[in-house]
Ligand binder design. Structure first.
Ligand code: GLU
Length: 549
């Protein structure tokens, strides 16, 4: 028996690899176009690192006129959950990331290089495994779990490198006839790659992020097809990236140490190797030390967190680009109004050791992003968020016309307000503008420097009787507050007060604080004139009465 016959015995129905080479022809793209992919396992959890990579992939494809593929790696059937694919598709969509090709739902996909779910590609992997066996580059292995365990124990006891290689690769040297006999006898088997590498030799690799690296060659005869007929990650990735005509593999640097194996696999299969870019993990500062952001310890590791908190996707994407390329910040300063799609991302500018993710900085970015939104956009986004997470807020927003006025305060001008970082802050920051909430609450008024109850009542009464007029423009309105201050012995200007504090009880700022607190229950609010214009006369009167009680 020869290799070809052995291969037929193992995979009698597999098609020749030429069939697949023709079925998935080279892509007809312009020079330099990057074909990239995001290849998560459908475990139901999208990590911030996955989003980070998707953003990078999407950018690389967009910048070069390439293609971004979403491939699902579900060959480890134990780790999957129901609807795991949909959750990934939806999470990306939440961040406006739409792949050009690949999975679009649990069982739906688009593109002609599919199937895009690895469990649907079993025949393809088997065809390529068969091809390797025919060439004598892979072989069936019959090692039982007990045999493997014994091998590990011996290696451990002798303190030598673990693994299935060299003299430990027991079934590597089995003759074709012996192997055929075992197969015919029904012994379970897996397929192993026959490595030609030597551990004491070095290979060179150029990584687009990590730069030039030297590794020892791979010499492990790794499993490429498991007992269940499905491939291992290493083999599947080589076959898929080749047949999908991927040009750039952007993936987490936990895979960096597998590069020697992957390069050897590509070579044995006769494939051109893609370019590799291994991204460092996103880090977090914890008690002065840098550590990987962790699914277990950090709620912000899950992308669902940003939606629950109501941090706009745009802000998250902008911040991730910010930590991906350190020159982003300068670009943003120079181009405050440009869309992030105009920023030219470069793999070579990524941090080699891992960028630090800082929630506070993200919220700062978010404040800026939100400050540029129109009141209509804010209204729509807050409403969408509230429908999912906060019914009380949703109810408040029912009066759209009024809510638009509330969101319009200090917005749409040259220096828009920057006090909202996330939609979950909105209720707290606007609730006092709603009469049914404010008037029914037990407001604890803190009037600031003026704290004589009688004096406060007099100030409020005089204001409403002598000065208040809804029709006043802003200057007149403010002049009248100065008149009111003077009337009660407070300086019209802070400056005057500072020059001769003994002449006054306080200054105009103290008096306007009394008005502000009476109307809103707060000492810090956006512009009081605008607030009063939105509240309207009726509400102002009722609020003043409430404050006097
Ligand atoms: N399924 C692999 C993972 O989730 C993909 C790695 C890759 O992008 O090649 O880690």
């Amino acid at each position: 028996m020869n290799y070809k016959e052995l291969a037929d015995l193992l995979f009698p129905d597999a098609k020749p690899v030429s069939y697949y080479e023709e079925k998935y022809p080279a892509r007809n793209l312009k020079e330099g176009a990057a074909v990239v992919r995001f290849a998560p396992s459908p475990t139901g959890f999208v990590h911030i690192g996955g989003l980070y990579q998707s953003i990078i992939n999407r950018k690389l494809a967009d910048q070069t006129g390439g293609v971004f593929i979403l491939r699902i790696e579900d060959t480890d059937q134990k780790r999957q959950i129901e609807n795991g694919v949909v959750q990934i598709v939806d999470s990306l969509k939440d961040f406006d990331i739409i792949p050009d090709e690949g999975m679009t739902g649990e069982n739906t996909e688009k593109g002609i290089y599919g199937p895009y779910k690895q469990s649907d590609r079993k025949d393809i992997y088997q065809a390529f495994a068969k091809y390797l066996i025919e060439q004598g580059k892979a072989y069936p292995c019959f090692a039982t779990p007990e045999e493997l365990e014994e091998m590990r124990n011996k290696q451990e006891a002798a303190k030598i490198r673990p693994g299935y290689y060299g003299i430990w690769a027991k079934y590597r040297t089995l003759s074709v006839d012996e192997a055929a006999e075992k197969i015919k006898a029904g012994e379970p088997w897996v397929v192993r790659f026959k490595s030609m590498g030597q551990e004491d030799k070095k290979i060179k690799h150029h990584d687009l992020i990590k730069g030039n690296i030297e590794f020892p060659e791979n010499d492990q005869d790794i499993v490429i097809i498991k007992a269940d007929g499905l491939p291992t990650y290493h083999f599947a990735h080589a076959v898929d990236d080749h047949l999908m005509r991927v040009t750039h593999v952007v993936r987490a640097d936990e895979w960096l140490s597998s590069v020697p194996l992957h390069l050897e696999l590509f070579k044995a299969l006769g494939f051109k190797t893609p370019k590799y870019a291994h991204t460092a993990s996103i880090m977090k500062e914890d008690e002065g030390k840098k550590r990987k952001i962790s699914k277990r310890k950090d709620p912000e590791a899950a992308v669902s967190y940003y939606h629950e908190e109501g941090i706009p996707s745009q802000a998250v994407c902008e911040y991730l680009l910010n930590i991906a390329n350190s020159n982003f910040e300068g670009w943003r300063k120079a181009n405050p109004d440009k869309d992030i799609s105009e920023f030219k991302f470069e793999l070579g500018k990524m941090s080699v050791s891992g960028a630090v993710f800082d929630l506070i900085k993200l919220l700062d970015v978010s404040k800026n992003v939100i400050s540029k939104y129109t009141k209509e956009r804010i209204y729509d986004e807050v409403l969408t968020w509230a429908k999912r997470y906060d019914t009380e807020l949703e109810e408040m927003l029912q009066d759209k016309e009024y809510s638009l006025k509330v969101f319009g305060i200090e917005r749409g001008n040259a220096k828009p307000r920057k006090d909202i970082a996330k939609w979950s802050d909105v209720k707290e920051s606007i609730i006092y503008m709603y009469d049914n909430k404010f008037l029914n609450s037990n407001t604890e008024y803190q009037f600031g420097n003026i704290n004589d109850k009688e004096e406060i009542k007099k100030i409020l009464t005089s204001y409403m009787e002598k000065h208040f007029n809804m029709q006043d423009d802003k200057q007149t309105w403010f002049d009248k507050i100065k008149d009111l201050s003077e009337e009660f012995g407070y300086a019209r200007e802070v400056k005057e007060y500072k020059q001769n504090p003994e002449n006054y009880k306080g200054h105009v700022g103290d008096v306007s604080t009394v008005l502000r607190v009476a109307l809103t229950g707060r000492q810090n609010t956006p512009d009081l004139y605008e607030i009063m214009q939105v509240l309207g006369e009726e509400s102002i009167k009722t609020r003043m009465e409430k404050a006097k009680k």
